[in-house]
Design a protein around this ligand. Structure first.
Ligand SMILES: [Zn+2]
Length: 520
């Protein structure tokens, strides 16, 4: 049905605009797209309209509410939409950003593209011990997708969760762009004056302020005025990812340069939590977007969302960030998105990614940006901190001590890719889950699986290091050593049993393992 709609070519279509029906010709459609490859329009909802079908044809915008749908479409998508014969109104979405008396220290301006590159480079140059800049990829336009990595021992794999903030994959949703630059600035300067020790020492933090530079600077590198939602090919990047339900190319487009860059990043860095920022509404949106199924960790997500929103409310004026359920919503409950980044990261990369909508206005007057910072700063910091909580530890081979890539799963709880893996080279795993008692199962090909019962509390860390015994292990009595023995223990903690697996630790740092099996 959907494919039929997509393939149909309609020469004469009934459409509704300015309160009258009119015959719309191909020439008229061409004229709508001659200056700009995307259209913004709205239509009213009635019982006849199946939003799920429509969301597969066009990009429904975050500004949509129970009565009115706001949407974007490129030319192909708009022709498909017209085939549905729904009354619509065209809207002007070309945003002119007022100039402001800006200063870098106040973060009340949108930088030019060149300023953006310079600011990012300056972060790394000024704080080389805790900040690295990464060019994740250069687009055909020459624009770069940049990220900074912030941590102590930055760039060296440690027993830390990797956390990602990424903003503005919709190029005309720019509140998060400036807030992310300011967050980087605040973290780096704060650390040097004694703040943020907990998160910078303990978390591998990645921040990408601008995920769609071609959209943000569509009208030129000097200004974000005229920014577009889509990328330079008029593709909505938040419909371009592999989808758990709708396959590899849910939008019918090949993966865009930007999409491939972020897929590569997720292949390279085992992010355990991430968040991507948009505007058009004021709400915390958690998975799934593509289907009505709830995640295995729905209660954890609700808790997390409420924490973000509640902390915003502590700092903001009444009326901000209270859309839907007081600033929190399940994605599909709001409106369906297929091919979104959030679901891709959760389902395919086993990373807990949320979507935060920071402001109703897509590109707010720059003088209001410090206000949005003030409202969101504590929530942004606390959200990073959440990546330390839940169950975590290191999984190793019980004999060699080598770290393992093990599957961490709760039978009877996990489904739809809610399990996680420990990451090499460190062997660390990070499992976020609502408080309760769970039996965690650790498995790795070639090893005996192990289940451990653990009690989890919210906003606290439970550490469980796990040693897995190789299937192929055969006991060998080691020859007597002249080395000085400093410790000896059974790896399963057994005491006084004749059956045991002894580990001997010697003064020179070497170890030996001995299996004793007493058949009697
Ligand atoms: Zn968006």
């Amino acid at each position: 049905m959907i494919k039929d709609l997509k393939n149909s070519i309609i020469l004469f279509i009934c459409a509704f605009s300015n309160n009258m029906y009119s015959q719309v010709s191909e020439n008229y459609i061409d004229s709508l797209f001659d200056k700009r490859g995307e259209l913004y329009f709205s239509f009213e909802i009635d019982n006849q309209i199946d939003l799920s079908t429509i969301s597969k044809l066009i990009s429904i915008d975050h500004k949509s509410n129970q009565n009115t749908i706001y949407a974007y479409a490129n030319k192909t998508e708009f022709i498909n939409f017209l085939s549905l014969e729904i009354k619509y109104s065209l809207l002007n979405d070309i945003i002119k950003v007022p100039s402001s008396n800006s200063s870098k220290s106040n973060w009340n301006y949108y930088p030019t593209y060149q300023q953006y590159e310079s600011i990012m480079q300056a972060f790394a140059d000024s704080f080389p011990n805790i900040c690295k800049i990464h060019n994740l990829g250069t687009l055909s336009s020459g624009h770069k997708i940049l990220a900074v990595q912030i941590s102590d021992n930055v760039g060296i794999p440690e027993n830390e969760p990797s956390f990602l903030y990424t903003s503005s994959m919709h190029g005309n949703e720019l509140t998060g762009y400036v807030l992310m630059l300011r967050l980087i600035d605040d973290l780096l300067n704060g650390y040097s004056s004694g703040l943020y020790q907990d998160i910078i020492n303990e978390i591998d933090i990645w921040i990408n302020p601008l995920a769609n530079p071609d959209g943000a600077y569509a009208a030129g590198d000097q200004s974000v005025s005229g920014a577009t939602r889509n990328n330079a090919n008029w593709v909505d990047l938040n419909r371009n990812y592999p989808d758990p339900q709708d396959g590899q190319h849910p939008d019918g487009n090949s993966w865009q340069e930007e999409t491939l860059i972020f897929m590569n990043l997720a292949d390279s860095i085992p992010f355990s939590m991430s968040c991507n920022f948009h505007t058009g509404a004021e709400v915390f949106n958690y998975p799934w977007d593509t289907w009505s199924n709830l995640t295995a960790d729905d209660s954890w997500w609700q808790e997390l969302g409420a924490m973000y929103a509640d902390t915003v409310h502590q700092y903001s004026n009444a009326g901000y960030f209270n859309y839907l359920n007081n600033g929190v919503t399940n994605g599909w409950d709001w409106y369906e998105v297929d091919g979104g980044r959030q679901d891709f990261m959760n389902y395919f990369k086993l990373c807990r990614e949320s979507t935060i909508e920071l402001s109703n206005t897509k590109i707010p007057n720059p003088t209001t940006l410090p206000g949005f910072w003030n409202d969101n700063k504590s929530s942004l910091i606390n959200y990073i901190k959440q990546s330390l909580y839940g169950l975590r530890g290191i999984v190793t081979d019980s004999i060699s001590g080598h770290p393992l890539k093990a599957r961490v799963e709760i039978f009877g709880h996990d489904f739809d890719s809610s399990h996680v893996y420990s990451n090499l080279p460190v062997g660390n795993y990070h499992r976020y889950i609502d408080q309760g008692n769970y039996s965690f199962n650790f498995s790795c090909p070639g090893y005996q699986s192990k289940s451990v019962d653990v009690a989890i509390n919210n906003s606290s860390t439970t550490i469980l290091d796990v040693q897995l015994i190789p299937n192929s292990y055969v006991g060998i009595i080691q020859p007597i050593s002249q080395k000085k023995l400093i410790n000896e223990f059974d790896i399963l903690g057994r005491k006084g049993s004749l059956n045991n697996i002894k580990v001997k630790v010697f003064k020179d740092g070497s170890t030996k393992k001995i299996i004793n099996i007493n058949q009697n």
